[in-house]
Design a protein around this ligand. Sequence first.
Ligand SMILES: Nc1ncnc2c1ncn2[C@@H]1O[C@H](COP(=O)(O)OP(=O)(O)O)[C@@H](O)[C@H]1O
Ligand SMILES: [Mg+2]
Length: 326
Amino acid sequence: MAGDDPVRDAARRASTEREVVLATAAGGEVPVLLRSARLGRPPWVLLTLRDQAGTRRMEQELRRHERLAMLGRLSAGAAHEIRNPLAGIGTSAQVLLGRFEPRDERARFVRVILEEVGRLDRIVTSLLQYARPRVPELKPTLLAPCIERVLELAAEPVAHGHVRVEVEVAPRLGPVYIDPDLVTQVLLNVTLNALQAMPDSGTLRYEVRRVRRKAPARSAGRRAEDRAAGRRRPRGHDWIASQQVRVIDTGVGIPRHALARLFDPFFSTKPKGTGLGLAISQSIMQEHGGAIAVASREGRGTTVLLDFPMEKRHGQRRQPHADTGR
Ligand SMILES: Nc1ncnc2c1ncn2[C@@H]1O[C@H](COP(=O)(O)OP(=O)(O)O)[C@@H](O)[C@H]1O
Ligand SMILES: [Mg+2]
């Protein structure tokens, strides 16, 4: 028990209510709300302990949400302000480039300006996309062709990194309701991360299969038909028939302390990283009523799990950034 033995102390008083942290037999800690009251005669003491761990988690989650909302507003504002002057710099540099002979030494510097303007523009676009995501247009789509498309887009880094690619798709998989462009973007983000984790060589593997996933409270969205009919969900666990894409790499892996921060916007361990790839991917998955999870072992590799519900669902629209105006 922590400190001055709060339970014995509470038993001595007429009535108390305080929060204490109790040590568990397993060596962990549980925050509890401790209430005591004297009753009857000889004075009995009624002690109640309420586990606060769930409440704490919710408070933490809420604080994280507020923090992300503020980050979203800030970055959207900054991105918006940067975009126009950047366009001005880009067009002027383009005009300037036209004035030089191609072999002119000065043209080289202008090309550097244009390249860097392009890089800044991509960052600004990601920021705006993170802060003001577009609503997905769900339509029945097969996942395998999305993977093929991503492999076309990533053909250059795949070849460059001497990466072996394997794709295994379970037979007779039907379509899922997704926005193919947004999901392709998620797959591309995850694929690029995998490739960047295997700079010399390695194996990149995609597996697509049917799975059943336990619905997390509320965040899974509701079935469209249930909503329309005003039907209540049955009690007990809600199992969601889903299709899962696993993206498996044999790269550097992710250290434990970094795992908790992967989805935080701007968390990056790369010199030129924006740290927005996984943050954007997570919000896209949530808006599909799906989920993204990462498992990794340092030095061994990383697996990213993407779950897509098979029915048409109302995903969780991120409200925090909806009030960023325009
Ligand atoms: N497959 C992976 N292998 C190793 N580390 C990864 C992988 N995917 C993500 N990460 C880690 O997560 C961080 C955040 O990824 P992301 O949001 O895509 O931003 P960025 O790629 O711009 O750094 C990366 O900087 C990297 O440290
Ligand atoms: Mg990335």
